[in-house]
Design a protein around this ligand. Structure first.
Ligand code: HEM
Length: 483
């Protein structure tokens, strides 16, 4: 009997709660969206590629939609106009990040930049990035590290040429007859789906080292962030008047600044270093891998790119960063890759700080907000033949990736835009340019371009589902490879 009474009370409570929620929902003029189920809300509509699921919903409900992810209200902007409102006009209100358990436990209680809430610490960290870590002068001072790493990336395929084996990063050998099939879903020996390795693994390894530490091999034996920072700190203290040589040095130097408004503790330095590692590796590697995939599908683009490289750089040297302004076609390939394969197709989630109105609709405080840059980047009202990979569209076109053009937002925009935009561009452009300049690229085993699998997986970034495997052979005189 007692159990029945308790069950009835519980049922009544749930009923009153759901009724209150429904009435509250009715009173608010929420953006359109599918009706949520109790408990799960609309999570049943989100598949393994959330940007594609949200794209479908935007086609049905419009450029601003309201959803419920469990108990969490969610708003998604899917047009250039909505992106502008969220990331520019009302940016201050949309500048928080949701406080997830993942953010809490992986970033020392939101001590990094990516997951920290909007406030004095974030402002200080972003200012530090702008004026110190990623200033033009600093980036120039770390260029020697990027050069070393690009050289080591180039050396790997060269060293393994002719030996028919899986190189550490890229599958290379000189005999295409002996290549393994891949690309349509078959597994390539040694390269299971999205294990690090494969093409991006090789680039990532290099991108990760570039700028972060003076020499990757000096970190040998450091198996944790704490150990690594201990090593970097000891190196700084070992010489009087030590001059910072890489990003970690600069970070440690900044942390010691007694005039800082928000004091930087050890966990802040660790969390920020983690941001640099995460941001500085995966994103560039994944973009270069997508660029090579698209190029391998369209040999005409490869031909045009190498013609530009031969004309501007010549056959006797490698591409340097200062050459990039004379390589508009390579830049156009990079931008076109970022349009069709944005590293963060939904940007990073934001959270509203206050109730607000967008396009006449109510958005409650604490709502999680996404901007679907994939939908915007493939919007037929903004882009002709939007799903076609066509770098020409970026030639003699003023659109850049600096967050001012809301139809193209690979680095986001506004107060939470990627602080390392220029470093990211430098790494991607010079890696891609040198890979194209130094080697002829082919698909393995007489594979046809249309057989190359272009599936993606959604996670912290959006890489290829199956790592790219390609056959390379040198295209420059042998002495150029003596790096
Ligand atoms: C290929 C290059 C890169 C791409 C495409 C990229 C893209 C992005 C995007 C889309 C965001 C979210 C922006 C938003 O929420 O509006 C972001 C944030 C961020 N990126 Fe990057 N990124 C790249 C390279 C880097 C590099 C090299 C670093 C550091 C070394 C970095 C560090 C960060 C950090 C710390 C944030 C969080 C900023 C904040 O929340 O205030 N990124 N990036």
């Amino acid at each position: 009997m007692e159990t029945q009474i308790w069950s009835a009370c519980l049922g009544l409570l749930v009923f009153v709660y759901l009724l209150a929620k429904t009435l509250q929902r009715r009173k608010l003029n929420l953006p359109p969206g599918p009706k949520p189920w109790p408990v799960i809300g609309n999570l049943n509509l989100i598949g393994s590629l959330p940007h594609k699921s949200l794209h479908e919903l935007a086609q049905k409900y419009g450029p601003l939609i309201h959803l419920q992810f469990g108990s969490c209200p969610v708003v998604v902007g899917s047009s250039a106009e909505m992106a502008k409102v969220i990331l520019k006009t009302m940016d201050v209100n949309f500048s928080c990040r949701p406080q997830t358990a993942a953010g809490k436990y992986t970033t020392y209680n939101y001590s990094d930049m990516t997951w920290s809430p909007y406030g004095p610490y974030l402002k200080q960290a972003r200012k530090m990035c702008l004026t110190e870590l990623f200033s033009a002068k600093r980036l120039e001072s770390y260029e020697y590290i990027r050069v070393e790493e690009i050289n080591s990336m180039i050396k790997k395929p060269v060293q393994s040429l002719g030996s028919t084996r899986f190189a550490e990063g890229i599958y290379v050998h000189s005999d295409p007859e002996r290549d393994q099939p891949h690309g349509s879903g078959e597994e390539v020996p040694g390269q299971r789906q999205r294990e690090r390795g494969g093409f991006a693994g090789g680039v990532q390894e290099n991108a990760g080292r570039a700028d972060l530490s003076e020499r990757g091999d000096q970190r040998g034996g450091c198996d944790s962030l704490a150990q690594f920072l201990g090593f970097a700190g000891a190196r700084r203290k070992s010489v009087e008047g030590y001059v910072s040589r890489d990003m970690v040095d600069v970070l440690l130097e900044q942390a010691e600044d007694p005039t800082l408004e928000v004091k930087m503790e050890r966990h802040n330095v660790k969390a920020l270093t983690q941001d640099l590692l995460a941001g500085g590796t995966e994103s560039s590697a994944v973009t270069v891998e997508w660029a090579m995939s698209e190029i391998l599908k369209k040999p005409k683009i490869l031909k045009k790119a190498t013609e530009e490289l031969d004309r501007v750089i010549g056959q006797n040297k490698w591409v340097q960063e200062k050459d990039m302004s004379n390589l508009p076609y390579i830049e156009a390939i990079v931008k076109e890759t970022m349009r069709l394969h944005p590293v963060a197709p939904l940007l990073m989630p934001r959270r509203t700080r206050e109730d607000c109105k967008v396009a006449g609709y109510d958005i409650k405080k604490g709502t999680q907000v996404f901007v679907n840059t994939w939908t915007i980047g493939t919007d037929p009202s903004l882009w002709e033949n939007p799903t076609e990979f066509n770098p020409e569209r970026f030639i003699e076109n003023a659109i850049d990736a600096k967050g001012h053009h809301f139809e193209f937002l690979p680095f986001g925009s506004g107060r939470r835009m990627c602080p390392a935009y220029s470093l990211g561009m430098k790494v991607i452009q010079s890696s891609l340019a040198n890979l194209l300049h130094g080697f002829n690229w082919k698909l393995p085993n007489r594979m046809q371009p249309e057989d190359l699998n272009m599936d993606e997986v959604f996670g912290l970034s959006c890489p290829r589902k199956i790592p790219l495997v390609a056959v390379v052979e040198p295209r420059l005189p042998p002495e150029v490879y003596n790096l």
